[in-house]
Design a binder for this molecule. Structure first.
Ligand code: SF4
Length: 379
């Protein structure tokens, strides 16, 4: 298959591994930002193959994993109110909040439905005017344009029974927070290629020079990842810190203009709570006027059922009710296999934390592909 087989070519991968080994004069520490990249690294054995010259640290780029837990708890309560139907991407349903997950809320009688697109939620609202349909909008800049389209569509249809809980997050501010930390061990970053298809990578040039970290826009196939690592190592060995696009078949420097215009039209940049990182300045998107009328928080805390729905807390609780170390995993301080609960109390069928639930979660990747728990042969 074109654009796939050539990026899984074993011969090319072997040559790239040889080049990386030749080039590296010491062991470098790199972070792949996106959870999809983490899964590909482990699935294809790239991290193990290079482990003596490259330490891969897995970044926070799993949107399901970093979504604040109190938002899940809030929706789990909201869906118990008869006129409300909470809609969400399916992988959010099993993600634990601090108190509950949406799947349990549904089992307890709440109205929760998985949808493939926010536009499905708009259609449900249009077809069932007696329901208040709330869409749980999570994800990076990759999914935010579809949510923006849903807001525009709801406005065009004049829907009064559709709203959004917007928890979209922005990747670059989180990378800045990680790079600015005094204990940051990352020498170079593999930036999330799919995010850059929307945002472009102009802003990454400033990031690379300001934090003196080479940054390579990287794709998701094994050859993509090896190209990204090679470009990083080449710069590190030369003492350079620039941005390089190693995902040229998908990413242009200015990104997707239409999608960026959509983001600018519907959202404003806001500070955002990331699970594991805390409050990230500029790390999220919120609805701007006139689309704030579709904000679920505003609708359900100020107009409809004001006393029945608890407000979303502004701070995450300090003491976690379970033993999940997701916060440490998400910032690369802890390998999933070093978590005491990994593959014992915490497994995909009984997850204690979001990284074991999500298809992009690092704990799920280790469970699926590490040798003692592999459910899928590396290929
Ligand atoms: S293995 Fe489970 S408990 Fe441990 S950090 Fe990952 S999700 Fe949390």
């Amino acid at each position: 298959m074109r654009f796939l087989n050539e990026f899984r070519d074993p011969g090319l991968a072997t040559r790239l591994i040889r080049d990386i080994r030749r080039m590296a004069t010491r062991r470098w520490t790199l972070m792949e930002v996106c959870g999809g990249q983490t899964h590909s690294l482990l699935r294809h054995g790239v991290d193990a193959e290079l482990n003596d010259v490259i330490e891969m640290i897995h970044g926070p780029g799993c949107p399901v994993c970093v979504t604040r837990s109190d938002a899940i708890d809030w929706l789990a309560q909201l869906c118990q109110l008869p006129p409300v139907l909470v809609t969400s991407f399916g992988d959010m349903l099993r993600v634990p909040g601090d108190r509950d997950c949406l799947l349990n809320a549904r089992a307890a009688g709440g109205q929760v439905r998985a949808v493939y697109s926010p536009l499905d939620a708009v259609r449900i609202a249009q077809e069932t005017p007696d329901l208040q349909v709330v869409f749980f909008a999570v994800g990076f800049e990759t999914t935010a344009p579809a949510t923006a389209l849903a807001a525009l569509q709801a406005e065009r249809l004049g829907l009064e029974n559709f709203s959004l809980l917007v928890e979209h997050v922005r990747v670059l501010p989180a990378m800045e927070m990680l790079a600015a930390a005094t204990d940051c061990r990352v020498d170079g970053f593999l930036a999330a290629g799919h995010v850059c298809t929307v945002t472009g990578f102009e802003a990454y040039a400033d990031f690379a020079s300001r934090f003196r970290r080479p940054t390579v826009v990287t794709g998701f196939e094994p050859v993509d990842l090896l190209w990204g690592i090679l470009h990083c190592v080449r710069q590190l060995e030369a003492g350079q810190s620039e941005v390089v696009n190693a995902y040229t078949r998908a990413v242009q420097i200015t990104g997707n203009r239409a999608a960026r215009d959509l983001l600018d039209r519907v959202y404003e940049v806001v500070d955002k709570e990331w699970r594991g990182l805390g409050t990230v300045p500029g790390g999220g998107l919120g609805l701007r006027e006139p689309y704030r009328r579709f904000c679920a928080r505003r609708r359900f805390t100020q107009t409809l059922l004001p006393s029945a729905v608890p407000p979303v807390a502004t701070e995450l609780p300090i003491h976690r009710p379970n033993r999940c170390r997701a916060g440490d995993v998400l910032v690369g301080r802890l390998k999933p296999t070093a978590c005491p609960e990994f593959a014992t109390a915490c497994r995909p069928e009984s997850p204690l934390g979001a990284p074991m639930v999500s298809d992009e979660g690092a704990c799920a990747a280790y469970f699926r592909y590490s040798s003692s728990h592999a459910t899928h042969e590396p290929g």
